[in-house]
Design a protein around this ligand. Structure first.
Ligand code: AMP
Length: 301
């Protein structure tokens, strides 16, 4: 089966919500992505951790079948992120970022990984995303995520890498910010004009919207009684989305793209039900498929 390569952060997060907090829990874009994508296809992870990274956290990824042949362990501290949410639980406010060993790390894709057909460039410096992409042989589908920091600080490189990928996944606010517009449809048109074939705009509790040159597909979020911690929702969404596309062998059929959005939505719903990767980590494929069916029934006419 087609393999998925992910390059991104593995972190220890300190998370504050208005009702609860957790310190030093497993996070990072690559962790969330891998926990979801591994429900669909084999995942190869490229990342870096410090000598403080717990064996038990490595085991959580390994137990999910993730190939850790591209995981470097360096002397120093792992990436640490501290974020807080207000009651809207939509956008995280970063309180502190401590890059640790992540700071001067430049991903080196192991030779056994360069032929991966599906690639996810998680939120990371776009210059590094470009350098990563150049090491890949001929990937079939490349997807990219980013954040407001890179829109502000590394805009030219971000636009350059966006032009080279197939799928851009971005938050609603970031899409507006990138294109300096209040109108999402305008932002979508502008981003697609850069080169990607597919744009996925994540809209938190309001779901996600898929844009292609042919049109748009609006998916609601999976209805949950309670959201505990929205951290990692976007990366888990990407894991379900790219995972499903890899399982299908690509997205030439436009229906598979719409289904991929629902799979991303469902995976994200598991992630936000608990802190850290605990929610998506407890989900298996049967649980995902049951929620997929329920979500599909909800939007069917
Ligand atoms: P999400 O909520 O999907 O946007 O992703 C949250 C995860 O991204 C957290 O677990 C953080 O550890 C990680 N993260 C936050 N800021 C950065 C950054 N600048 N670079 C890489 N990963 C980050």
């Amino acid at each position: 089966m087609s393999s998925i390569l992910v390059v991104g952060s593995l972190a220890y997060d300190d998370v504050r919500t208005p009702v609860a907090s957790r310190d030093g829990v497993l996070g990072g874009a690559a962790s969330y992505f891998s926990m979801a994508a591994s429900l669909y296809a084999p995942v190869r992870l490229v990342g870096v951790v410090g000598d403080d990274f717990k064996d038990g956290d490595i085991a959580r990824l390994r137990d999910r079948g993730v190939d850790l042949g591209g995981l470097e362990r360096r002397q120093g501290t792992s990436f640490r992120w501290k974020g807080t949410y207000d009651f809207a639980l939509d956008t995280a406010e970063t309180i502190n970022t401590d890059l640790g060993v992540f700071g001067d790390w430049r991903p080196k894709i192991p030779s056994a990984f360069v032929d991966s057909e599906f690639v996810f460039l998680a939120n990371i410096d776009p210059v590094i995303q470009l350098a990563t992409l150049e090491q890949m042989r001929r990937p079939k589908v490349v997807a990219l995520d980013t954040m407001n920091y890179w829109i502000d600080h590394s805009r030219d490189a971000l636009l350059e890498v966006m032009a080279k990928v197939d799928v851009v996944s971005i938050n609603e606010g970031e899409a507006r910010q990138l294109c300096n517009t209040f109108k999402l449809a305008h932002a979508a048109r502008e981003i697609l004009a850069l080169g990607p074939r597919v744009l996925v705009v994540k809209r938190g509790e309001n779901g996600a919207t898929l844009f292609t040159k042919e049109g748009a597909f609006w998916a609601p979020a999976y209805p949950l009684d309670e959201t505990v911690d929205p951290t990692g929702a976007g990366d888990t969404f990407a894991g379900g989305f790219v995972g499903y596309i890899a399982e299908c062998g690509g997205f030439e059929d436009p229906v598979s793209l719409r289904r991929a959005v629902l799979h991303g939505t469902v995976c994200a719903s598991f992630a936000v039900e608990r802190f850290s990767v605990d929610g998506i980590g407890a989900a298996d494929r049967a649980a995902v498929d049951a929620r997929y069916k329920a979500l599909h029934d909800l939007i069917r006419v």
